[in-house]
Design a protein around this ligand. Structure first.
Ligand SMILES: *Cc1c(COP(=O)(O)O)cnc(C)c1O
Length: 344
């Protein structure tokens, strides 16, 4: 079966982004967050390429995601920790849990312990043990590889960054952890104080640019491509698509693409906010993006015909601003109908 949509995925850009982030991490090791199926690109394909480049620290959310990476033979850290129903998977050697509650710590001890990581809450109030719990000895005797915390506002110039960093730094030497890790992609750009021993970029590996400091450093990795199902002419006064939100003010050449919000090409790209790119021409979306169909103006591309492929404009910072979605959502929403095509 020939897939009707393609994601063109640039291996060289992925690896270059990881190397750039590793360099910005200074003496700290640079890992990779490949949760949510490698932010939609395909976790095993991403992790294999980064492991070949030298990445040794991979983060997923669940044991199901860890299991999907087992063929790589590179144990992964599981950010959601260990539920009762995960204990068998967690003891099977495909990875270790990132423990974030006293109950998880107790469960891990009862299961015989072994290598684990630990998440500390330094103010995000999402996951993590408190510094007080550490002080009370909750972690005593555990075999902790990496002590972690997570920044709430790393892509902003917020006083919270420094507060979280200082709270985390105050735990140095208090847990027996071999390493400490705080920074996500944007956190890496906050500077050497935030790198500790290991950084954990996700978004920027995949071409996302969370903050100005990473613009010009990070290369795009992902280009969605769709196929033209029909080319037609709208006469002046004609409308197109649901709710007839676009009315042609002159004769307009139109191509109907086989992609829509069910593929993660969100409705926010409607009404010219999104576009296809062809030979340097911008071909704007006309009217509403539908579930499986999107109309684009093709006056500027007279040669495009039924069956031709076009690339969508998916420069992440701009596409996020235009569509009202985050760069994270633009990546993780990319649907199952895409063939994920890696090139070198
Ligand atoms: C997702 C995640 C990351 C990566 O964050 P980005 O903003 O995508 O770089 C790092 N650490 C933890 C704990 C995460 O959940």
């Amino acid at each position: 079966m020939i897939a009707p949509h393609r994601l063109r995925l640039d291996t060289a850009a992925l690896v270059a982004n990881w190397r750039a982030l590793a360099k910005l991490s200074g003496a700290a090791a640079c890992g990779a967050a490949v949760k949510a199926d490698g932010y939609g690109l395909g976790a095993i394909e991403v992790a294999r390429r980064l492991a070949d480049a030298g990445c040794r620290d991979v983060f997923v959310s669940s044991w199901a995601e860890a299991d999907a990476l087992a063929p790589l033979g590179l144990p992964v850290a599981v950010l959601h920790g260990v539920r009762e129903e995960d204990v068998a998977a967690a003891k099977a050697g495909i990875g270790w849990p990132v423990l974030s509650t006293p109950a998880q710590v107790a469960r891990w001890r009862a299961a015989g312990g072994g290598r684990c990581d630990v998440m500390i809450d330094t103010g995000m109030n999402r996951l993590g043990l408190s510094a007080e719990a550490v002080g009370e000895g909750v972690l005593d005797g555990l075999e902790i590889g990496t002590l972690m915390s997570h920044l709430a506002c790393a892509e902003e110039d917020s006083p919270m960054n420094r507060r979280q960093r200082d709270a985390f730094a105050s735990l140095a030497g208090r847990t027996g952890a071999a390493r400490m890790s705080l920074a996500n992609s944007a956190g890496i750009a906050l500077g050497a104080d935030y790198a500790f021993d290991l950084t954990r970029p996700g978004l920027a590996l995949y071409g996302g640019v969370p903050c100005a400091a990473l613009a010009g450093v990070i290369r795009p990795v992902v280009t969605p491509e769709a196929q033209i199902l029909q080319r037609r002419v709208l006469r002046a006064g004609d409308t197109i698509g649901y709710n007839a939100t676009y009315i042609a003010d002159r004769d307009v050449e139109v191509a109907i693409l086989n992609i829509g919000y069910a593929d993660g090409y969100w409705r926010g790209f409607s009404g010219g906010k999104g576009a296809a790119l062809h030979d340097g021409a911008r071909l704007p979306v006309l009217g509403r993006v539908s579930m499986d169909l999107t109309a684009i103006a093709v006056d500027a591309a007279p040669e495009l015909a039924e069956g031709d492929w076009v690339a969508l404009d998916y420069a992440l910072p701009k596409a996020a601003a235009a569509s009202g979605m985050s760069q994270y959502e633009l990546l993780t929403g990319l649907g199952a109908r895409f063939a994920r095509c890696w090139f070198d």
